[in-house]
Ligand binder design. Sequence first.
Ligand code: SF4
Length: 356
Amino acid sequence: MAVADRVHHPASLSVPLDHGKVRCTACARYCTVPDGSHGFCFVRKNEGGRLVLLTYGVASAIQVDPVEKKPLSHYRPGTRVYSIGTVGCNWRCQYCQNAEISQERELVGRALPPQQAVRQAVRLGCAGMTFTYNEPTIFAEYALDLMRGAHDAGLFTNFVTNGYMTPEAVAYLGPQLDAISIDFKGSGEPGFMRKFISAKGPEPIFETSAALRDRGVHVEITDLIVPQVGESDEATRKLARHVVDRLGPSTPFHLLRFHPDYHMRDLPVTPTATLERLHTIVKAEGLEYVYLGNVWGHPLEHTYCPACGAVAVERYGFTIRSWNLDPQNRCAGCGHAIPIVGRPPEDYVPAFARAV
Ligand code: SF4
């Protein structure tokens, strides 16, 4: 789609300032944008004293994924989600696996008006709609219209996000969000965030996750462990403590293996032993459901009953191998309630990612 054909959609998350400037209120950068300039994410632009979103209605990636890939392990398990990404990002992760879209400076993509996306999601048998691949906060106005349409069609909604939002964005998006996967990197250690992400620190992410949780949004936490430069026992312990205190001990917590990419191809994948060590630390802080991600076939992909230790849900990668819960999602062995929203569909068959 040519840039000239794009709808320059008004960016609701903004406030006017003096001298034709505007402040974007979508993410915690709070960019002040002079007339004719872009914000840090490049997709929000000041046109004549008015902030516009340049990627409204244009998707750069569309895929049907299993919900477990987001990762969401405790929300609508076994379902498929229609996944949408656009270009641009408010972070500069030096290891980004989607840099070809997140760091893209050309406004590339396919036209995807909200109603068309919803119709396609339903036709493809999806139970939910997910915003992922790049940071969805930067296209909040487009995401909001998509989520409204998704809800009208009976789909659930989900953000995969770095959580670097503002209270304004939480208030704007929160009423339409059902579930969120918030991605910490390097356990949110401020030095790591400054050096490898170009972000100041984790406080806005803490605020966002707690505020969304308070609104009743289902929250899962991920922590990408980057070997050598982003693997601090103390930082992971602090993050786990925060999650226990602010979100509760039953919040699912995923320790993710890093794969070398983009400007950080010289590092190895995260050793399994590192993830196992951090798993022990996180569990010791009181979190009940701690998973390893991107380590297919590892026993810590499963859900274990915190009361009796039995395998409640057995997984392999994004696939559910066995479901050992009663109809009320209580452990089949001891009856302990496992906080998972929904159950795999009756006709569940493992699904794999599929481009649309
Ligand atoms: S979304 Fe964030 S990075 Fe983009 S213009 Fe707004 S404040 Fe700046």
